[in-house]
Design a binder for this molecule. Structure first.
Ligand code: TXA
Ligand code: MG
Length: 340
């Protein structure tokens, strides 16, 4: 199959909408990352998402709508708190989980009785949903277990030839996936930190649980919270202060890449800086593309510097912790790693 690269013009959106209506797959930009979209009301269309991504099993996917009323038509219960959250944060990077109606096929929710819905703040995404005239189910448009795509070129690298089309918009502004909040628990729980900071959510929700749900057998409430989820090919280690100790493994700096928050480090083969001015929003926007570049270089390891765990830094650190295989310390010329 040849993947069409469509411009997000009215004509491009019309063609993309037709593909969705016909049961095909279209990757599209949102403010967070690119999504791999299919008609959310068709089980067969959604099944193709899992095939194209090479997911080993079904995970629940997010349904994207172009207006709050469209979400209300897909949930069977809409508490006042959901309305308050939609009012404050939609369109935007907040996904809300509530009980689903029967129109949503089970494959969308991996058999869960709930469905996760969001209204993206991106004109191409909204244009596509309107052109398709139906809600669009979409996980991030990457192959299973890979980093999320923040540019249409990333989508083409991994899914080119496997999907009907991609809407080419260039980089996505937020760069990290949406925050997922479940309102079926009391108090509400954040299942995945993301583009809407917890501090802002608390202003509306009040009491909010943000500790990862404990999984004891059975399916995870939110598989995106799986520990090893954002796994680059190159082993990644989180930098910690201190000097190496017995039992640590030494690597020369010139075989390693460095993912810095505000500054590079000398001696590394390759370095990426997320935000020289220490702006977490800029860091989030650059995060996945930087990780992807470092991962493409055939390095022995990537050393990542932690970012402050506040605002969007919570979401960045969540991705870094889940991508990491251990910790790293530095001395003058080397990287020392400990696998965990
Ligand atoms: O920003 C985003 O959220 C992007 C763009 C494309 O919208 N999408 C995205 O999708 O990141 P995905 O499939 O990579 O992650 C969806 C997350 C997972 O953590 C999944 O477990 C959770 O949402 N989720 C989906 N449906 C759920 C449900 N019914 N209950 C609990 N968690 C759910
Ligand atoms: Mg994903």
């Amino acid at each position: 199959m040849e993947t069409k690269v469509l411009e997000p013009t009215p004509e491009g959106l019309r063609i993309a909408g037709e593909i969705i209506r016909g049961g095909g797959l279209v990757a599209f930009p949102t403010e967070t990352v690119y999504g791999l979209g299919a008609n959310a009301l068709s089980a067969e269309a959604v099944a193709r998402i899992f095939e194209a991504k090479g997911r080993p099993r079904f995970d629940p996917v997010i349904v994207h709508v172009a207006a709050p009323e469209e979400a209300e038509a897909l949930w069977s219960e809409v508490p006042p708190l959901a309305r308050a959250l939609m009012e404050r944060f939609w369109p935007g990077p907040l996904t809300i989980v509530l009980p689903k109606r029967d129109v949503i096929p089970d494959i969308v929710t991996a058999g869960l009785p709930t469905v996760a819905i969001r209204m993206p703040a991106h004109e191409a995404a909204l244009g596509l949903i309107r052109a398709a005239e139906r809600p669009i189910a979409a996980p991030s448009a990457n192959r299973f277990g890979k980093t999320s795509p923040t540019h249409h070129e990333h989508v083409l690298e991994e899914l080119g030839g496997r999907i009907e089309a991609v809407l080419a918009w260039g980089p996505t502004p937020v760069g990290i996936e949406s925050t997922v909040i479940s309102l079926v628990e009391d108090p509400p729980r954040v299942l995945r930190p993301g583009g809407t900071p917890l501090e802002l959510l608390r202003e509306v929700v009040g009491e909010l649980r943000a500790d990862p749900p404990q999984v004891r057998g059975g399916p995870a409430p939110s598989p995106g919270t799986m520990r090893r989820h954002y796994m680059p090919r190159t082993p990644l280690f989180l930098l910690e202060p201190g000097l190496p100790e017995d039992g640590w493994e030494e690597l020369p700096r010139d075989r390693c890449g460095y993912l810095g928050f505000t500054a590079a480090k000398r001696g590394f083969r390759f370095g990426e800086v997320l935000s020289e001015r220490g702006d977490l929003r800029e860091a989030a926007a650059r995060f996945f593309a930087s990780l992807r570049r470092l991962d493409s270089l055939g390095l022995s390891a990537i050393v990542a510097e932690p970012v402050p765990e506040e605002g969007l830094g919570v979401a960045i650190m969540d991705r870094l912790k889940r991508a990491s295989r251990g910790v790293a310390r530095l001395n003058a010329h080397s990287v020392w790693i400990k696998r965990l």
